[in-house]
Design a protein around this ligand. Structure first.
Ligand SMILES: C[S@@+](CC[C@H](N)C(=O)[O-])C[C@H]1O[C@@H](n2cnc3c(N)ncnc32)[C@H](O)[C@@H]1O
Length: 241
């Protein structure tokens, strides 16, 4: 299992929440800077897919600083709740909501994807952006999301993947494994966090492997699409009616 801090102890979950607490102050800046702003387009696409079910209640799992929740406001839902295990990320997200005058529209609370604090069948839709790769137990996290979705509810997952074109892969990997960890460490002062990123993407079961996991957990109508030459993928699946 790939963990951020190789030398220190603790399970993956503790290390992940510590890592995101450490980099929360720089997270939004680095996200947009290191992705050249492409992450905004990807989030837009994820929300476009969710629009198919016109969700009234949305759960943003591993919400971080809440960017996907903010994007989801376009769907005019009745309720958006974001949960995350990093209090540092949640605090930054809440500050942003206050700045944008959105604190009444979105609720960001502590919560673990692998033991969600909600009753069964509450949400019309759930979404996870760049979160599943960080779960300690992906199957358990997805099973919990399935539990809290209403029958017919839709899950959309946005996650990095490994590009397939050999030439593009070479260029991209140079950026992802060399330049990005250097810049990330320079700006965030946490070298491990930005070397963990490419390592965890490398170890992540992407494309049909991830769909297999979704189906095994119980999602139906599963599908994925590649974004930007396969740097990322959008996965979706439904809870059976
Ligand atoms: C790369 S950030 C993504 C944040 C946000 N979704 C975004 O798109 O910017 C990953 C987030 O997953 C959270 N996370 C990791 N494991 C989690 C878990 N088991 N339950 C809830 N959140 C988790 C981390 O704390 C972190 O904030």
């Amino acid at each position: 299992m790939v963990k951020p801090y190789i030398e220190s102890g603790g399970n993956k979950k503790d290390q992940i929440s510590r890592m995101f607490d450490n980099i929360a102050w720089r997270y939004d800046f680095l996200n947009h800077f290191l992705s050249f702003g492409i992450d905004r387009r990807w989030r837009g696409r994820a929300i476009h897919i969710l629009s198919q079910v016109s969700p009234e209640t949305i759960l943003d799992v591993a919400c971080g600083t809440g960017d996907l929740s903010i994007e989801a406001l376009k769907l005019k839902p009745r309720m958006i709740i974001g949960i995350d295990i990093s209090e540092g990320m949640l605090a930054k997200g809440r500050e942003k909501l206050v700045r944008k005058n959105l604190e009444k529209s979105i609720t960001l609370v502590y919560g673990d994807s692998e033991a969600l604090q909600f009753d069964d069948k509450i949400f019309d839709a759930a979404m996870v952006a760049f979160g599943v790769r960080n779960f300690e137990n992906i199957n358990q996290g997805l099973a919990e999301i399935l539990r809290v979705l209403k029958p017919g509810g839709l899950l959309v997952v946005l996650e990095f993947s490994k590009p397939r074109s050999l030439l593009f892969k070479k260029i991209f990997n140079f950026y992802f494994f060399r330049i990005l960890p250097f810049m990330g460490s320079l700006f965030s002062k946490d070298a491990s966090a930005y070397s963990y990123l490419p390592e965890s993407v490398n170890a992540f079961p992407d494309r049909s492997d991830f769909l297999d996991i979704m189906r095994k957990v119980g999602f139906t109508d599963t599908c994925f699409e590649e974004l930007t030459m396969g740097i990322a993928c959008l996965y979706y699946g439904k809870k059976e009616l």
